[in-house]
Structure formats: C-alpha cells, structure tokens
Design a protein. Structure first.
Lengths: 350, 173
C-alpha cells in the first residue's frame, strides 16, 4: 500500500473514534463511526487474498447495517422528540434500536456471528485493531445512552458470555478463539453496564491490554492455529514462559490483572442483589477458561510430536524491532501485574 | 390528492418489494429507480418541492446511473428476474408481510397525513424544506465540512479497494 494512503487511513481511523468520543450529537457520532469503519477496510483487505477481501466485505456490510439502523433510529428520535442529544434519549423504541445497533457493531451474542468470520480472515495486526480500537467508539456511545429496558442488556450480556465460551470450545484456529474470547469479555462489560459505567470502562481497559498482548504474542510466534503454537519454545523461549500466564489472565484467574474486572463485576452484581446473574456469569467464564487452558497447554506444557532436531530453528531469529513488538513488554506487564494497582486504576476512572 | 398519494405509496411498496426480493442487481436497479422516483412524488404530495428535486437529481441523475452502469458491466449471463422461483417466493413473502402490516396498522396512523414538511400550518413565502437547507448550511456548516471529509476518505478507500487489474478486489473488470 502507498505509504501516504496508509497515513491517511491510520489518521482517519484515529479521527473517526475521536469524533465519536467528542460528540454529543447523534449525527456526528454516526459520522465518526462511519469514518472509522471506512478507514479500516483497505487495511483489512491488505494481504491481497480472497479471504481478506471477503472479511473486509463482511465487515463492511455488518457495520453499514448497524450504522444505518443507528442513523434511522436517531433521525426518528429527532423527529419525535425534537433533539439529537446522545445523553437524553427517552423514546423506548429508538433507544432499544440504537442499543441493538451498537451491540451489532460490537459483536455481542445474537448478533455476534460476523465477528469470528471477520477476525479469521484478516491478518493478526488488523485483527488487533478490529478487536480493540474499533470497540471503543460504539462502547462509549453505549455508555452514554440511558437504558430504558434493563433486561435487554442483561440477557445479551449473559448470552454473550455463554456463547463466547461455547463457540470457542471446538475451534483450532487461534483468531477464531480470540474472536470468541472477545465476545465473552464484551458480554461481561455489557452485563455490568447499567449498574456501573465505571466498572464497564475498567473492564474494557483491561480487556484491551490483555487482547493486545495476546495478538502481539501470536504475531511474534507467527502462529494462527493451535498446532503451530507447539513449536513456540524454539522461536521465543521467554514468550513460552509468560504466555500461559497471559492466557490465564484473559481467563480471569487470581493474581493476574484479568481477575480484577471479573472480581469487581461479580461483587457489584451481588451487592445489587443479582445473585443468579452473577452465578451464571461466573460459571460461564469456566467455558472460556477451558480453551485458554488448552492454548496454554499447547504453548508450554507439550512438545510438538516431531523429532527434536527438526523442531529447532535453522537460523537465529534476531529480534526485529517493529512498533508492535516493542509494545509487547508494556502490554504484557499490564496484562500480568495490574491487580495490585487496581484501586488507583479504579480511582482514575471513577 | 388522497388517491394520488395512495397510488404513489402503492408504487413505493411495489418498488421496494422488487428490490428486496433479491433479483439480479441488473433488475434490482429498476426497482430502485421506481422507489426513488415515486418517493419523490410522495414528498411533493406532502408539500415539499426542493428536497425531492435535489434527491431526484443527485440520486437518480448521479448515483443510479453509475450503479446501473456497473451492474450492466458485470452482468451475469443468466440473470435472475422476478419470474425465477426463489425470487418469486420472496415476492410472495413480502407481499404477504405488507398485507398483514396494512391489516394491523389500518386506521392507527390516520392522523399522519399532510403537514410533514410544513409543520407551521401557515402560508409562508419560504417552504419548510428550503428553510431547513438554509439552516443546515448556516448552523451546521462545520458538520457539512466534516461530512465532506468523510466522503473524501470514502473516495480514497474505494480507489484503494478496486485498485487495478491484479491488486484490486474486483475480478471481472
């Protein structure tokens, strides 16, 4: 791709999200979402391959549908209520419609089917952008809407946690597993959204750190299937050591950062007397934990069934410093060690 | 007047069903032409004149011509018309759906007629839609600039995606 065009596209990718975040007007928010969607399409179709083109097409169709629904609801809301304010939506029909459109953009449970397909078709770098940066704008819009119909988000959140767990169980492709992991994490955020927006933001933040670390690690290992992970120890021994901890952090196990959002979400749900919801969410997280454990097993605890000399690399891979690989240590540190700093992190957000 | 609006709305439904029933893009373009033309007629009946004019010129004169051209360029050898079995099924389903909706909603939206574009109900020199356009350029000028930037970005994106013979997403051209 032409470097000038790449700069234009990456700038617009940032600009789109910034526009949405800084808007109080539905039209500007919609514009920002559209700019963000359009800017990433050539990046998705970047490895010139039918699969990438197909993924870009699917992404475009889904995001355009969601954006059109959002615009339709916003215009109808403006017609009936006479204003375009994001924070003062009060018509129940159009609030629900916009919520569903944003959930489609994020890829939550009944509307999640595009997510694994799209992530599977694009490269790991683009997959990183799609599953982190592209989630920010719709999620912040979702935070600002006053929810009128509480069961909607609860049902969708629980369904996403369950489906994110179940869907990933039978996958051997890493990008699909990561897509299902993303669905499950977003389910947690949506579940807590109407009880505490601060906790939802905190969960999104931690999710972005963890997912970035995972995608960069996989990029570093050049692995796209579970089988390819078994030779990681010859390529990057340090990553072999740390990767299980990173995956268990994604699964939400105690002394790691991934435990913090789940801990606080469960506590908040229990305090609000939503004990069945908390129990279902906690139990459904075990489904996700199963495939994280399987990945850790493939990376660290098992050897590839080849002859030992055959597994060794033929030449030494000198670490090439790309921007992404130099971000790996920071992302890993945030993924592993943030739990003791949680009080100050929460203070920042609240 | 009421009769004219009914005929136009009927045409709107027929056109929409014609597009939504998944015929080949070559034929669906005709449904789109019908929907947009008849839709302009409906807007005129409700008192707007400027908005339908702009819509007609830009949508039909600009976009539909390009769309029809592209559809003709990549025409399939055996296009699906409305006579094909799968398309016919969709047509039947949509007609049934429209019929049911009409049965359910009949009489509920009766206060809906008229006055959409001129909500003031007085006789003014400036029509509502023209005033709206003026207000949009006056108050919402920066929003239009941002929209223009978005369209410029779309141009670059489309050019990159359909780049050329071997590098683009399109195969046949």
């Amino acid at each position: 791709m032409n470097p000038y065009l790449l700069i234009v596209l990456l700038t617009s990718l940032g600009l789109g999200t910034a526009l949405t975040l800084s808007s109080t007007h539905w039209l500007l928010a919609w514009l920002g979402l559209e700019v963000g969607t359009l800017a990433i399409l050539p990046l998705m179709a970047q490895p010139h391959h039918p699969r990438a083109t197909e993924a870009a097409t699917k992404y475009f169709i889904v995001q355009a549908t969601a954006a059109a629904t959002l615009l339709f609801a916003a215009i109808n809301n403006a017609w009936l209520q006479g204003h375009w304010d994001i924070q003062h939506m009060s018509h129940p029909l159009f609030t629900s419609m916009i919520t569903l459109a944003l959930l489609l953009k994020l890829g939550l449970a009944p509307m999640h089917t595009w997510m694994p397909e799209v992530i599977q078709g694009v490269s790991l770098n683009t997959g990183l952008i799609v599953s982190t940066w592209q989630k920010i704008a719709p999620f912040i819009l979702l935070l600002q809407i006053k929810q009128i119909h509480p069961p909607l988000l609860t049902i969708i959140g629980l369904a996403s946690i369950l489906i994110g767990g179940w869907g990933g169980l039978n996958q051997t492709q890493l990008r699909k597993i990561l897509a299902y992991s993303s669905i499950a994490h977003l389910g947690w955020m949506v579940l807590i959204l109407q009880h505490s927006t601060a906790l939802a933001t905190f969960a999104l933040l931690i999710y972005i750190f963890m997912t970035s670390a995972t995608f960069i690690t996989l990029k570093k290992c050049k692995a796209t299937t579970i089988n390819m992970l078994t030779t990681t120890w010859t390529k990057a021994p340090t990553i072999t050591l740390v990767a299980p901890l990173m995956l268990l952090s994604l699964g939400g196990l105690p002394p790691l950062s991934g435990f913090a959002p789940k801990w606080f979400i469960l506590q908040e749900l229990t305090q609000q007397n939503f004990i069945p919801h908390a129990s279902i969410a906690a139990l459904a997280a075990l489904l996700s934990l199963y495939y994280y454990l399987r990945l850790s097993y493939s990376i660290t605890l098992s050897l590839s069934p080849n002859n030992l000399p055959e597994c060794l690399q033929w030449r030494v891979n000198y670490p090439i410093s790309t921007p992404l690989s130099s971000a790996l240590p920071a992302a890993l540190a945030l993924t592993l060690f943030l739990l003791p700093l949680t009080p100050s992190a929460l203070t920042l957000i609240i | 007047m009421s009769y004219l609006v009914c005929v136009l709305l009927f045409g709107l439904m027929v056109g929409s069903v014609g597009v939504a029933s998944n015929p080949s893009p070559y034929f669906a373009a005709m449904g789109l032409v019908m929907v947009s033309g008849v839709g302009c007629g409906v807007l005129i009946c409700f008192g707007g004149s400027f908005l339908p004019l702009v819509f007609f010129l830009i949508y039909l004169g600009g976009m539909m011509v390009v769309f029809a051209f592209s559809a003709a360029l990549s025409a399939e050898p055996y296009p699906y018309g409305w006579g094909n079995r799968s398309v016919k099924m969709y047509v039947a389903a949509y007609v049934l759906g429209v019929g049911c909706a009409w049965k359910v909603l009949l009489g509920k939206w009766s206060g809906f007629w008229g006055g959409i574009l001129d909500e003031s109900g007085e006789l003014l020199v400036l029509r509502g839609d023209m005033m709206g356009v003026a207000a949009m350029h006056d108050v919402g000028g920066w929003m239009l600039v941002l929209g223009g930037l978005g369209l410029l970005l779309t141009l670059f994106v489309v050019l990159e995606l359909v780049r050329g013979v071997s590098r683009g997403g399109l195969r046949t051209v």
